[in-house]
Design a protein around this ligand. Structure first.
Ligand code: NAD
Length: 288
């Protein structure tokens, strides 16, 4: 059986153009700074102009072209207009990192549709829009990578995280399907799905916390941002380094942090039993 030789993927970042959403803080900012150091030109965006401006100010690498734009990834027309603008500014795009994301804690019973749709529009539809708007340009460049940020919550379900779980499981299915289609196409473009564990960023601090029902006992009087930052083990810089290595090695899946590797193993060895463990863990924590 004759096999087509797989076309060359991204091996060097020199003179490539990377598009990063949600680059005004956290993982997106670290990705921008590290890719610039590797000689990659940047088109960065965020809904938060202040954070984005700070990121631009931090990129001091000579010879790197940086363009920045205020962008709401939940706005499909705006994402497509952004893709056109990036091509007008840079002449090409090689890497799209669909990184922008938000968090939400709320039980399904108490979940408002407003909150559910807010999160899905950013964390799921934002990834779909970013992928579809940039894919033709990546193919035209002949060498490209779509990098979609899922989560360990795209591997396991966790109480109060139904919206986030729904979006991140969907990002994983979407990206794995994309990877298969691109491999069959053998068009020089590939796709990577990223599953970070806890990363020390402002995501929890900026999250929406809805009605938690009996889980209120768990969070009452506690600063969720503080708690999260204590629990999260990996820095945004370490996460960005892992993602960049994953692009270079054209990995299908990038797990970030020991916690992500433990969760991945737990899901493989106890594909449904892990739920029981989480339920027992939640009960004990709520009593404590
Ligand atoms: N921090 C973690 O522990 C962790 C774990 C797993 C996955 N992730 C994922 O990593 C990605 C980056 O998150 P982070 O931890 O760096 O958080 P962060 O809050 O530091 O960064 C997210 C960025 O996205 C931006 N953003 C929010 N809504 C947007 C919108 N509608 N349009 C454009 N930009 C928007 C925010 O302004 C912010 O700058 C997210 O997709 C998140 O779900 C984070």
């Amino acid at each position: 059986m004759a096999h087509n030789k797989v076309k060359f993927m991204i091996k060097s970042f020199e003179n490539k153009v990377a598009v990063i959403t949600g680059a005004g803080s956290g993982i997106g900012r670290s990705l921008a700074l590290q890719l610039a150091q590797k000689g990659c030109h940047l088109a960065i965006s965020d809904i938060n102009e202040k954070g984005l401006k700070e990121t631009v100010g931090m990129i001091q690498t000579p010879g790197i072209k940086v363009t920045s734009a205020k962008l709401d990834v939940a706005n499909r027309d705006a994402v497509y207009a952004h893709a056109e603008q990036v091509i007008a500014d840079h002449g090409k795009a090689n890497i799209i990192i669909n990184n922008a994301g938000v968090a939400l804690g709320e039980t399904i019973e108490n979940m408002s549709y407003e909150n559910f749709e807010w999160l899905m529009n950013i964390n799921f539809w934002g990834v779909v829009y970013g992928t579809k708007a940039f894919l033709p340009h990546l193919k035209a460049a002949g060498e490209g990578q779509v990098v979609n940020i899922s989560s360990v919550f795209g591997l396991i379900a966790v109480p109060t995280q139904s919206a986030y779980n729904s979006a991140k499981f969907a990002v994983r299915g979407f990206t794995e399907c994309l990877r298969e289609e691109l491999e069959i196409d053998n068009c020089g473009v590939s796709a990577t799905c990223v599953h970070p564990g806890g990363i020390k960023t402002g995501i929890a601090r900026n999250s929406r916390v809805g009605k938690l029902g009996s889980f209120d006992k768990f969070t009452a009087g506690k600063d969720i941002g503080d708690q999260f930052e204590k629990l999260a083990r990996t820095t945004a810089d370490e996460a960005a380094e892992a993602i960049i290595n994953g692009i270079r090695r054209n990995k299908r899946r990038v797990l970030i942090g020991t916690d992500a590797r433990v969760i991945d193993s737990m899901q493989r060895f106890l594909p449904t039993g892990y739920q029981k463990l989480l339920e027992v863990g939640s009960r004990i924590t709520r009593k404590g």
